[in-house]
Design a protein around this ligand. Structure first.
Ligand code: ATP
Length: 279
């Protein structure tokens, strides 16, 4: 019998790849023709105008919604072909931190982080304890294990949510607005932590955020979503120097540009009943 060769993951294969993906809800496409590759070990930031489709793209990446056209691949495998068990297995490799990273208010910090381990594994209590304390240590909160969510600050709560998102040692972590509502110091700490955890634990991360300064500081790659498409992608530096007027307006935080400040309307003089001639 020929010797079996061990299958090693191909590090060159992107962890996630979208090929010409269109996606949306109830038959209505929100995004079209999206091509995106997510390199292992990298941090991708999704930026763009409100309602432009960043969260929708995050859902397509994690197969919470199925593409209407094109392919979404995880580890080289088209997720459309996965049965229930296959999808479950893929999801277990993804950690998620959604807006505000809400904690269970009736569970203490330790139990919040232990929750996914208890839900998804049958590990003995001693191992759950070690894993939870390791994750809490990684976010600097091993000493806060017995506190209730009402007893910790917003920034600490976000770090607990982060520890919970990585409790199952995922390959990919998805963050939807991880900085929302944080003061500038906690925001900086959380951003740095996301990058450090990514590198120390060999994760791959996707961050949806409006905080361009912090996001650009920690991302390897940025994709800007607007008008139903990924209109630009590249390194933070490339986006900063983009000549695209839409990217310039967004990254430069200019109030007017291709995205108009005013909704289209009849001329202002007409609305106020002024004819333009002196009375
Ligand atoms: N579950 C849903 N069902 C139907 N339409 C949805 C759903 N979720 C989002 N949408 C629509 O999809 C569009 C894109 O929304 P999405 O939340 O992806 O944008 P976003 O860029 O993340 O916005 P924001 O920055 O404001 O969070 C919006 O028009 C929204 O109304």
């Amino acid at each position: 019998m020929p010797a079996q060769r061990l299958q090693t993951p191909d590090q060159e294969t992107p962890l996630i790849e979208l090929r010409d993906v269109s996606c949306g809800y109830a038959g209505r496409a929100i995004l079209q023709g999206v091509n995106l590759q997510l390199r292992r070990g990298s941090v991708l930031a999704l930026i763009g105008t409100s309602g432009g489709g960043k969260t929708t793209l995050l859902r397509a990446l994690s197969r919470q919604i199925t593409p209407m056209a094109g392919q979404a691949l995880f580890d080289g495998q088209d997720m459309a072909g996965l049965d229930q068990a296959g999808l479950f297995a893929v999801r277990r490799r993804m950690g998620m931190l959604f807006q505000f990273g809400a904690l269970f208010t009736d569970l203490n910090v330790f139990e919040n982080v232990a929750f996914p381990l208890r839900e998804h594994t049958k590990l003995p209590e001693s191992m759950i304890r070690d894993l939870v304390l390791m994750k809490l240590n990684a976010v600097g909160l091993r000493g806060a294990r017995d506190l209730m969510p009402s007893e910790i600050s917003g920034g600490m709560a976000r770090r607990v949510a982060l520890a919970r998102a990585i409790a199952l040692d995922p390959d990919l972590v998805l963050y939807d607005e991880p900085f929302a509502g944080l003061d500038p110091i906690s925001l900086g700490v959380t951003a740095r932590l996301i990058r450090d955890l990514n590198d120390a634990l060999g994760l791959t991360s996707v961050i949806v955020s409006h905080d361009l300064h912090e996001t650009f500081a920690i991302a390897d790659h940025v994709a800007m979503v607007a008008n139903g498409r990924v209109v630009a992608q590249g390194t933070p530096e490339e986006l900063r120097h983009s000549q695209d007027p839409l990217v310039q307006q967004f990254v430069g935080a200019q109030p007017d540009g291709p995205v108009r400040f005013h909704q289209p309307a009849v001329p202002v003089l007409e609305d106020f009943g002024v004819s333009g001639r002196s009375a």
